[in-house]
Design a protein around this ligand. Structure first.
Ligand code: HEM
Ligand SMILES: [Cu+2]
Length: 570
């Protein structure tokens, strides 16, 4: 193994394999360009759903909704995830990336897929939206683009796995792989399952769109499509949870409270997520009520449990690390004294809280067979998933970017004042946006509807004025979030392409990450002397968790009560 193929980052101590580094950069740059395209579509779509503006005509609305959904949920997130997989294998394990040449081939396939798919949507002949349910037909290139992209991503997953094998062979680490890499491995395993399901559903659909197959069963399509659609969300969750752990380690030198518990929680994702796909089929005919209730109301909770474990151990480990540094006053001094001006931290923490409170609680409510019907197919649904994939995943990836700019790209973060505020604009804007959508959805406003007023419809329907207010708040908050997204793109693009290079100091004083290098951190006294109240190592986090549970139980109960009122039996 020739040494000049590696460089060591002076600030973080991370060791980059140069061919891997180039690949990570390429994937990250493509991801950000896609985010820009998805963001422009987000702006236009939001301005249309905002009743006072109602910008686009119907056909453009559905076309841009397709552009937005596919670019954001598939191309942006997965491109960034491939960069994360290469980082978590090659960089964290200090090993060469397996087969960089094939990795470039995979990159090109993904890029070709993005172009082919977007070109198909741009012609206006593939406005079938993200879910592309048959028998609604799209231009064959819509499916072909997705297939090319998926094959590229699948190759990327195998390169990640092969790199782990090389690291094990060459003994570049001791003991088991670090937790962050373990999280990435979880994401990778789920991705292989997801992409296989994608192939099973999209290849026949592509052949059908070309005329080689004359019928695809709509119900069967939905079952297999959601094996893809839901599982891919679990890739995102595993990946952004790994990013949370990484950032807790980077910023605080925090160590997970219990590695075993965290690893077990990752394993629960692999074991239970496929069953939870059933929550997308809750009103589908042909599936029994028992099947739906078992898979969503029982099996799903084991995957939810895993997220709650991570949601507890990440802030818990930060609290323990902060207390060890002397922030021991009261229950929350550790949190008040956290580096709120560092976007690596603030973005990650907003991501964690927003994902848990908004995404998590609404997800369980929606996933419960009985109360789902209150908000089924309303705008509550995008309210929920913007809390998970935007506040949870996207914001976590954004905060990681502020770490990668100095370490991977070797550039200073441009416009630090903007970077500092960015997570607040994006995170708070998105939170209000998602809550307003949930509010409007609870009042019945439909999802994916071009005109909530049903102008000139044969059967008219009047929403209460409050539904319009909610949609107005959604529009305004959406604009704040868009500004936050634009700030991110401005900072990253200017830093990476026009930024000053990093000499010896990084702009964010990023501490060396020991957990990511799988070495134990020595906190004086194991952190115990410094630790908390009432015999808890992390009492503040414990109190937050209790608060979470109370909110959770109340909201859940309110929905059952509400169900009784929307369905009067007398
Ligand atoms: C500032 C940021 C964003 C804004 C303002 C925004 C806004 C919207 C709006 C208004 C809709 C249409 C909802 C409907 O009519 O049913 C939508 C749909 C959607 N958004 Fe976003 N979004 C943003 C970011 C994102 C991101 C980062 C992702 C994914 C990572 C995402 C994924 C989706 C998906 C999958 C859909 C559904 C598309 C479909 O129905 O086929 N969005 N978004
Ligand atoms: Cu799902």
């Amino acid at each position: 193994m020739s040494k000049e193929l590696f460089r060591t980052c002076p600030e973080s101590g991370l060791q980059f394999h140069k061919p891997a580094e180039l690949l990570m950069k390429a994937h990250a740059v493509v991801a950000v360009v896609i985010l820009l395209i998805g963001g422009i579509a987000a702006l236009l779509v939001t301005l249309t759903r905002w009743p006072a503006v109602h910008l686009l005509p119907a056909d453009r609305f559905y076309q841009l909704l397709t552009t937005h959904g596919v670019n954001m949920l598939i191309f942006w997130i997965i491109s960034f995830e491939i960069a994360i997989l290469y980082f978590c294998s090659s960089t964290l394990l200090k090993v060469r990336l397996a087969t960089p040449k094939i990795a470039w081939f995979a990159f090109l396939l993904m890029l070709a897929g993005i172009i082919v798919n977007n070109a198909a949507v741009a012609t206006g002949t593939a406005s079938v939206m993200m879910t592309s349910y048959v028998p609604m037909p799209a231009n064959p290139n819509f499916y072909l683009g997705l297939i090319l992209f998926a094959v590229g991503a699948l190759i990327g997953c195998f390169i990640f796995l092969a790199t782990l094998v090389i690291a094990k062979d060459e003994k570049t680490y001791e003991g088991s792989i670090p937790l962050v890499t373990f999280g990435a491995l979880t994401a990778c395993i789920i991705a292989v399952f997801t992409i296989a399901s994608g192939a099973i559903v999209l290849v026949p659909t592509w052949l059908w769109s070309l005329g080689y197959i004359n019928n695809i069963d709509a119900a069967m399509y939905r079952i297999v499509w959601w094996a893809l659609g839901h599982s891919s969300q679990q890739i995102n969750v595993a990946a952004h949870v790994a990013v949370w752990y990484a950032i807790a380690a980077i910023v605080f030198g925090a160590r997970p409270l219990s590695e075993k518990v965290s690893r077990t929680a990752f394993f629960l994702y692999i074991a239970f997520l496929q069953l939870a796909s059933a929550h997308h089929l809750l009103v589908d005919p042909g599936l029994s009520a028992e099947w739906k209730i078992f898979n969503t109301s029982y099996a799903m909770y084991l995957a939810v449990l895993a997220s709650m474990v991570h949601g507890l151990t990440v802030p818990g480990s930060i609290e323990v690390a902060q207390r060890a540094k002397g922030y021991t006053n009261g229950l929350f001094q550790w949190l008040r004294k956290a580096p709120w001006g560092n976007p690596v931290f603030s973005g990650m923490f907003i991501s964690l809280v927003g994902f848990g409170f908004l995404g998590g609680i609404s997800g369980v409510v929606m996933g419960t067979e009985q109360i789902n019907i209150i908000i089924h197919n309303t705008i509550y649904v995008p309210g929920h998933f913007h809390a998970t994939v935007v506040i949870g995943t996207t914001l976590a990836f954004m905060s990681l970017t502020y770490f990668l700019i100095p370490t991977l790209f070797r550039k200073q973060v441009a416009f630090p004042a903007i970077a500092r505020l960015q997570p607040y604009f994006f995170g708070i804007g998105m939170s209000v946006f998602a809550l307003a959508m949930m509010g409007a959805g609870t009042l019945g406003v439909e999802r994916r509807h071009w005109d909530m007023a049903f102008t000139n419809a044969t059967l008219s329907f009047e929403y209460p004025a409050s539904a319009y207010t909610m949609m107005g708040i959604m529009g305004l908050a959406g604009m704040v979030a868009i500004v936050g997204g634009a700030m991110y793109i401005l900072v990253t693009v200017v830093s990476v392409f026009f930024g000053k290079s990093v000499e010896s100091e990084s702009s964010y004083g990023i501490a060396t990450s020991r957990v990511m290098r799988a070495e134990p951190i020595v906190i004086p006294d194991g952190g115990h002397a410094a630790a908390g109240k009432w015999g808890f190592a992390a009492p503040g986090t414990f109190l937050l968790a209790i608060f979470f549970l109370v909110v959770f139980v109340l909201y859940y109960a309110v929905n059952w009560k509400y169900l009784a009122s929307v369905w009067p039996l007398s």
